[in-house]
Design a protein around this ligand. Structure first.
Ligand SMILES: NC(=O)c1ccc[n+]([C@@H]2O[C@H](COP(=O)([O-])OP(=O)(O)OC[C@H]3O[C@@H](n4cnc5c(N)ncnc54)[C@H](O)[C@@H]3O)[C@@H](O)[C@H]2O)c1
Length: 349
């Protein structure tokens, strides 16, 4: 049996689906906090309804800050794998309520870790961390400006690895709350010996993402194109680059970790890397090509505070430990999946 927190969200939903298809029993925890964070377009209700169609799935509508209810789940079940993907996921939203952001991401993670330590110390626990734990130090690297994107120079050309410094940079309250969770997860591995692992992800995406302006870059951009809504580009001339990894490819990473548990407290950067990345200007061009609709955007000449100018992940460390893993979906595949999904939703209405 496995436990997935944040089951209605992009990653939790995809991981649950992946393990259910492999005949695992899955308990999911999600209280649709995403709707409270981002409004009705952020609601994950449909994803839960979809998962509940499978008899091997049980849903618990609980808050990870409710220690008693969490403990009850752990007292009644034994999990071989715990995937902790429940979070306040937005860099920008975190500044509006740093207290709730910190509680959700840091204290919520501590609650899960304590339950594992007390009731389920033999399971593997995977924490969805983020590249925002490195802060904006990468903005001080050297870049070339090309026609549609920035490109990093010299020693970082294969992307950014786990040796980027976490100090002396701006993280946003979100970066700090996630880093706190990340350090706790490492410590419960190194100090208490639990089989914990942090996946420090670049942009993750997929067709079931409830993308909103404050979170879910590619999903929101695509929906703006598809539903003809104005999109705001903040700074960097729209040439900021993000790698994008599909939520399915995150699930196969977790599958590898399930089959060969991590060294306690291990960290890995994960992302689309050189194989799957795009700038905002390039994404707009692609959206116009596949939706056949004119993209409506407005440029705002100030970047988001602490936003990365460029991020491409170097996955050398993960690929060395797990040589069989390969990325399945490119950025073009991801766009086509989004198009199919929105066409299907529109057809159903
Ligand atoms: N999506 C990305 O681009 C990305 C990139 C890097 C890291 N990550 C990390 O991956 C993880 C999952 O991200 P996602 O994109 O699936 O986010 P998401 O918002 O789609 O999913 C998170 C889920 O957690 C639930 N949740 C939030 N607070 C909760 C609480 N207190 N109790 C119970 N459930 C709660 C939400 O309702 C939501 O369904 C997060 O930790 C995020 O920081 C995501």
């Amino acid at each position: 049996m496995i436990l997935v927190t944040g089951t209605g969200g992009l990653i939790g939903n995809s991981v649950s689906d992946f393990f259910l298809k492999r005949k695992f029993d899955v308990i999911g925890v999600d209280n649709n906090q995403r709707k409270k964070f981002f409004g009705k377009n952020g609601s994950i209700e449909q994803n839960i309804i979809q998962l509940k169609k499978n008899k091997k799935f049980q849903h618990k509508f609980i808050d990870i800050l409710d220690k008693k209810k969490l403990e009850n789940i752990f007292k009644k079940n034994r999990f071989s794998l715990i995937v902790h993907a429940a979070a306040q996921p937005s860099h920008d939203w975190s500044a509006t309520n740093p207290n709730l952001d910190f509680h959700t991401n840091a204290v919520g993670t501590l609650n899960i870790l304590e339950c594992v330590r007390k009731y389920n110390p033999n399971s593997t626990i995977i924490y969805l961390s983020t590249n925002k734990v490195y802060g904006d130090v990468v903005n001080s690297f050297k870049y070339k400006e090309l026609k549609t994107r920035y490109e990093v120079k010299d020693k970082h050309k294969d992307g950014f690895d786990e040796n980027i410094n976490i100090d002396n940079s701006k993280h946003s309250p979100f970066g700090v709350s996630k880093l706190s969770g990340d350090l706790l997860v490492q410590e419960y591995g190194k100090y208490f010996g639990l089989k914990t692992c942090c996946l420090r992800a670049g942009c993750l995406t997929g067709e079931t993402h409830a993308g909103v302006e404050l979170h879910g870059f590619l999903s929101y951009l695509f929906k703006s194109a598809y539903y003809k809504k104005k999109y705001y580009i903040y700074g960097y001339k729209g040439k900021q680059v993000r790698d994008n990894l599909s939520s399915y490819d995150v699930s196969t990473i977790i599958w590898e970790l399930y089959n060969k548990p991590p060294i306690p407290g291990e960290i890995f950067n994960i992302g689309g890397g050189r194989e799957s990345n795009i700038s905002i200007l390039e994404a707009i061009k692609k959206c116009e090509a596949i939706t056949k609709k004119k993209f409506d955007f407005k440029y705002v000449n100030t970047e988001r505070s602490g936003d990365h100018k460029f991020w491409i992940t170097n996955m050398k460390k993960f690929k060395k430990r797990y040589p069989k893993w390969k990325i399945k979906y490119s950025i073009d595949d991801i766009f086509l999946q989004m198009l199919d999904y929105e066409n299907f939703r529109t057809f159903r209405k």
